[in-house]
Every structure is written in structure tokens, then in C-alpha cells.
Write a protein that binds this ligand. Sequence first.
Ligand SMILES: Cc1cc2nc3c(=O)[nH]c(=O)nc-3n(C[C@H](O)[C@H](O)[C@H](O)COP(=O)(O)O)c2cc1C
Length: 324
Amino acid sequence: MKTRITELFEIEHPIMQGGMHYVGFAELAAAVSNAGGLGIITALTQKTPEKLLKEILKCRDLTNKPIGVNLTFLPTVSSPDYPGYIKAIIDGGVRIVETAGRNPQEHMPALKAAGIKVIHKCTSVRHALKAESIGCDAVSVDGFECAGHPGEDDIPNFVLLPLAADKLRIPFVASGGMADGRSLVAALALGADGINMGTRFMVTTEAPIHENVKQAIINASELDTRLVMRPLRNTERVLVNPAVEKVLEVERVKGADLTFDDIADEVVGVYPNVMLKGAVDTGAWSCGMVAGLIKDVPTCDELIKNIMAEANSIILERFGDISS
Ligand SMILES: Cc1cc2nc3c(=O)[nH]c(=O)nc-3n(C[C@H](O)[C@H](O)[C@H](O)COP(=O)(O)O)c2cc1C
């Protein structure tokens, strides 16, 4: 399948894997790219730029297909060495960066001077237009369904994507709630040029995370995510568990007086324990509503092949049958 996204990133299928803290390691990124999609290493999971460069080189040993790196600009206690991470990306020969969180404007000159294609993840049309205006090559439009940070507008993809399609000139992928060939065809119909998936790629053979995490997602239904940190305007969609119930209770009790410190134990530094040790109930970790659609653990190659086969059959057979 050829779209503006496959052309831009020089990939076979219009499917990318979003950056995921403590999930987006070399093994997963390489598996997605080897399957013809775009795999993404998550920069900030690597504690230093030197470690990121090592992870990129490890990924390079596993695939000769295009790969990308996610650079997340989120409010953190101490600001990471972003120029150092960008240098590691350039030194590692990576030519695609997925930015997310704050506006990446201040880093665009360094990225563009190195010939890097930038896809910025946004949760609203106004942010997508801003990304277009500062020279991003593409955007990833993240609907309210998504895992991680859906923003504060709460607009689901059935409304957000066509609005984005009406306004944007640069290519965009649909992100949030994407799982299968139906998602891909729907996203294309709504005007997107491809899809971005997070939660679905966690539940693959190659995702280098604890089996407990994969099983927790398989066991979850579409009703099992919650929004935390909304009172702090840093909303995150996470899988419900006892730690998340505790956060929500503290948020209810504290009301407008809530501070980050009140919930820090449940939301800071939990990813290594959850993703690597399998302690899935010890804190809040991102998960999308799409968990309700995830029932198996395919390889990335099987997953992407199935998505493309299902998409093609919908377009050729189902649409062929019902048109005219
Ligand atoms: C466990 C997990 C960690 C994530 N970490 C990040 C991150 O560090 N930076 C980022 O930009 N997005 C992050 N995301 C969001 C994904 O890149 C993607 O936008 C999102 O998962 C799309 O929604 P979906 O899960 O419904 O496919 C994360 C998602 C998950 C599930």
C-alpha cells in the first residue's frame, strides 16, 4: 500500500509504532521495521545520550530498514539533555524523529540541518497546524482513545481525524485506538495517511516487556482504562489497578489543592518495575482503550501482515460488494 506516509518514511506499510517509555527498545523497533512498518526507539528511556546511541546502534544491527526515535518533551523535574539526545540521534544515522509533548520548535533547526524528518504527535487540530507551520514533515493525530497523554480536549478520532484532514497540508497518521485492518481502513477513510499504534505493539512477541504486562492488557476490556492527573492538566490514560484507584481517590479528596507530590509515589519511576519486573499493580502506566480489542500475542510480522491482509480484503471485497 502506498500513501504519503510510506513515501515520506520510505517504508512498505503505512503503520508506525509510537514511542513508549520502557517498551520502545531496540528489539521492538527493529521487529516493527523489519515487518515493513516504522519502529521507534524511545529516547528518554535511555538515561543518557550515550546510552541512546548504543541502543540505536543495537537496533541498526537488528535491521537495515528505516527506524525512528521518539523525543518526548514533557514536564519533568529536571530537564533532560535534549541537545545531547539529538546529537546521539544524528550520530546514530537516524533520519526520522517522532516528537511529542511540548512544541519542538526550539529543536527544529538542529533536526532539519541534519536532514531529519520530524513527525510531531498532537492531540488537537490547532497543535497540528502549529507543527505544520514550524516545519514538521508530518503529524501523528492522537485521539482521546489513546494511551498516554490525550491532552485536555477529549475529542475522539471519529471527529478529530476528518477535522485534521480538512485543515492540514502535510501527511498525518491516526493514533489512538488502532488495532487491526479495520482501524487502518477507517483511518484512511477519515483522511489519514496511515496509523500509529502503541498498546497493540506492546502485546507482541518481540516487545521486550514482562509477560504480566501483556497478560494484563489481554485481560482488560475497553472499560478498564482511567484518566489520571486531569486536575494537574497533565492527563494520562492508564490501565486501572489498585495504585490508580488510590491516585483517583487522592485527586477526589484534595480537589483543587492537589499537587504533583500528592500522587508522585504512584506515577513517578514506576515504569522499570512494571515493564521489566512485571509488577503491574504498583503504579500508573499508560494503556489505551484499544486493550478491549487485543486478545493475542502475534509477532510484529504476523500483526502487520494481518492488518494489511484485512485492510485489503475490506477495500477490495467488502467495499466492492456494497458499492454501486
Ligand atoms: C506504555 C506506554 C508508554 C508510552 N510512552 C510514551 C512516551 O514516552 N512518549 C510518547 O510520545 N508517547 C508515549 N506513549 C503513547 C504512544 O506513543 C501512542 O501515542 C499511543 O499509545 C497511541 O494510542 P494506542 O495505545 O491506543 O495505540 C506511550 C504509550 C504506552 C502504551
